[in-house]
Design a protein. Structure first.
Length: 165
């Protein structure tokens, strides 16, 4: 983040832009804030609390990216990690690799996340199937899947809120 162009506002959590910034710089600043909001120790009790940050981080990819937010037993963020990259309309997701990462991070729970480069966040049948496969695999090692968020251009959809999880 370019700190030279930002200064603290009068109210906590507000900032003043002190110089001309480009659209690319604004996006970079927003992405830095998004990463900070998904930093270690932040508590996420509901997947919807992460929508705004995930949308900022994933909405502009031209290819599908499948990620996870690994959480501890109190649903505090351990880390946000991109796991798989795909093409313009799909990504190959391997449950074995997700399980390995969950164990490596000593996660108690996780939120699955992927974008739809088309912009439409409506979950596909393939999204529902991989969610169930991952849920089944992670249940074997006592890691709960508390959400699967699909990120579009203007909005996000949570499979958990739709009772697809």
């Amino acid at each position: 983040m370019n700190h030279r162009k930002l200064s603290a506002g009068e109210t906590a959590g507000t900032y003043r832009i002190t110089d001309t910034v480009t659209e690319a710089e604004l996006l970079s600043i927003a992405q830095a804030f998004g990463r900070r909001r998904l930093a270690r120790g932040r508590k996420i009790t509901q997947p919807a609390l992460a929508f705004e940050y995930l949308q900022i981080l994933l909405q502009d990819y031209e290819h599908e990216v499948f990620s996870a937010i690994f959480l501890d037993s109190q649903h505090r963020v351990i880390c946000f990690e991109e796991l798989f990259r795909g093409t313009i309309d799909s990504a190959s997701v391997y449950p074995r690799e997700v399980v390995k990462q969950a164990l490596a991070h000593n996660a108690a729970a996780l939120i699955l996340v992927h974008n739809h480069p088309s912009g439409d966040p409506e979950p596909s049948d393939a999204d529902r199937r991989i969610t169930q496969r991952l849920k089944d695999a992670l249940t074997l090692i006592d890691v709960r899947v508390i959400g699967h968020i699909v990120v579009g251009i203007d909005s996000c959809v949570s499979l958990a809120e739709r009772e697809d999880l």
